[in-house]
Design a protein around this ligand. Structure first.
Ligand SMILES: Nc1ncnc2c1ncn2[C@@H]1O[C@H](COP(=O)(O)OP(=O)(O)OP(=O)(O)O)[C@@H](O)[C@H]1O
Length: 450
């Protein structure tokens, strides 16, 4: 049986292309599951050549929390595994309950680890519990897909590996005994006031009386749901391409055309938003909240600016552009650069690209002669001449003319060359710097979305 778990885990690691140079961090609670996982990873590490470390999250919720941390530290020291403990504060009265809040904090710690994969000790019985728990709460297809053995994450966050997901709890117990492992018991796991524990200790055993292979079957059902969820993701990707904004931009995530989003059915739009939220590494919101967001989006129509928080993101629409952006309270950070065309500069949750464009944008000679090019926040008293033969206009007038809403104004990127305002995102270039026909020009393009 010991060999079985190693072979099982090795196969998962192989599929995830874990090898020399890959950094795997074992999420170590000190409970039996993650202690078995650490044992299996330690056994595989010499032959696969990955770098192994461990992290323990100290939630401070149990009087025994300090002992668990000390235990994990001792286990890792004995095995020569680099160990890190992170203490978190779990706020009381959280909308997700104490358990849910602790889980969110734990995953936030995992997201910050400097590694390629976080390995978790989940097994088949956890999977069955998760599927049931979510179904009882009315989950959709993506939720019922529950946990994946290999879950790559976007935005450079470490992915999640669950090398023991196909094994049952009895196999882990047997491995632990045969290998002579010791572990700690989290007393809250026995507390049937928590819904998850009631499923584990009462509901699932009752179901298994009638359906002895229930957890295997629920694991299979999760795999079917995962396949269906993959198809929904494919559809979302097709819709994202069809609704894409600027086709010239060469990076992966682009804004959408608002008019194209409005032409989708509610369920396609919902699917697209869910997919994008997932790509931002955020947890999905309830379908009811998402449908309400879609309703408001439609109500605002094609013209008026739209801004709606969606969990950790904000859904924006401005003119024919629409995008989801991470909720950032800070203003974008000004920066200087060499002024070479082709630059790609981060700006808030999005970026500004500087494209070469014959006869368009700003005359390249201004960049070549510049001492300093800067992407800045709006300077006081900003004025700009938006078109030849027209007077210079104040920032307020320019924004009013361009129908730029208040919430966007403080965050517009302003390009200055040697201290002079040359271009403002969403408004355009100052005519004094405009590129004449036939000459080499540089066209700044601002994308509010990442
Ligand atoms: N305090 C902790 N510190 C580090 N890792 C932990 C901690 N708690 C749980 N884990 C990791 O998460 C795995 C699953 O733990 P558990 O079943 O308690 O969490 P869950 O709430 O069901 O799952 P999840 O947190 O993934 O939603 C463990 O096997 C372990 O790898």
């Amino acid at each position: 049986m010991v060999v079985d778990l190693r072979a099982l885990a090795a196969e998962v690691l192989h599929r995830a292309a874990v090898g020399p140079g890959t950094r795997v961090c074992c999420a170590l609670s000190g409970g039996m599951d993650s202690i078995v996982l650490l044992d299996v990873l330690c056994a595989l590490q010499p032959s696969l050549g990955f770098q192994l470390s461990a992290v323990h999250v100290h939630h401070g919720l149990s009087p025994n929390a300090d002992d668990w941390l000390a235990f994990c530290e001792r286990v890792c020291a004995a095995r020569g595994v680099a160990f890190q403990a992170v203490c978190v504060n779990v706020p009381a009265g959280d909308r997700d309950g104490l358990e849910g809040a602790a889980r969110r904090q734990r995953h936030a710690v995992f997201d910050r680890q400097d590694c390629d994969w976080i390995a978790l000790g989940h097994h088949r019985d956890d999977q069955a519990e998760t599927v049931l728990f979510r179904l009882f709460r009315g989950t959709g297809v993506r939720g019922a897909a529950a946990m994946a053995e290999i879950d790559a994450r976007p935005l450079r966050q470490p992915g999640r590996l669950r090398p023991l997901l196909a094994a049952g709890r009895p196999q882990l117990v047997e491995h632990a005994h045969v290998a002579g492992l010791s572990w700690v018991d989290d007393e809250s796991n026995a507390d049937c006031r928590f819904a998850r524990n009631r499923i584990r200790h009462r509901i699932l055993p009752e179901i298994e009386q009638a359906f002895p292979a229930a957890s295997v079957s629920l694991g299979r059902a999760a795999a079917h749901f995962r396949e269906a969820a993959g198809l929904l993701d494919d559809l979302a990707e097709l819709d994202a391409c069809a609704c894409r904004g600027d086709p010239n931009l060469d990076d992966g995530v682009r804004g959408w055309r608002r008019s194209a989003l409005l032409a989708l059915t509610d369920s396609r739009l919902l699917n697209l938003l869910m997919w994008q939220i997932q790509r931002h590494g955020m947890l999905p919101l309830s379908t009811a909240r998402m449908l309400e967001a879609v309703r408001q989006f439609r109500e605002v129509g094609e013209q008026r600016p739209f801004r709606l928080p969606l969990g950790g993101l904000v859904w924006h629409a401005y003119r024919d552009q629409a995008w989801l952006e991470a909720l950032v309270s800070d203003l974008p950070v000004p920066q200087s650069w060499q002024g070479l065309p082709g630059a790609h500069l981060p700006w808030g949750g999005g970026h500004v690209v500087f494209k070469r464009a014959q006869g368009q944008g700003i005359d390249e000679r201004h960049f070549l002669a510049a001492n300093e090019c800067r992407l800045d926040l709006r300077p006081p008293g900003l004025r700009l001449q938006p078109a030849a033969g027209r007077p210079r206009r104040s920032f307020k007038n320019l924004c009013q003319e361009a129908a730029i809403p208040d919430w966007l104004r403080a965050r517009l990127p302003v390009l200055t060359i040697d201290g002079q305002v040359v271009w403002v995102g969403g408004i355009g270039a100052d005519q004094g710097f405009a590129c004449p026909p036939g000459r080499a020009g540089v066209l700044p393009v601002w994308h509010a979305q990442a």
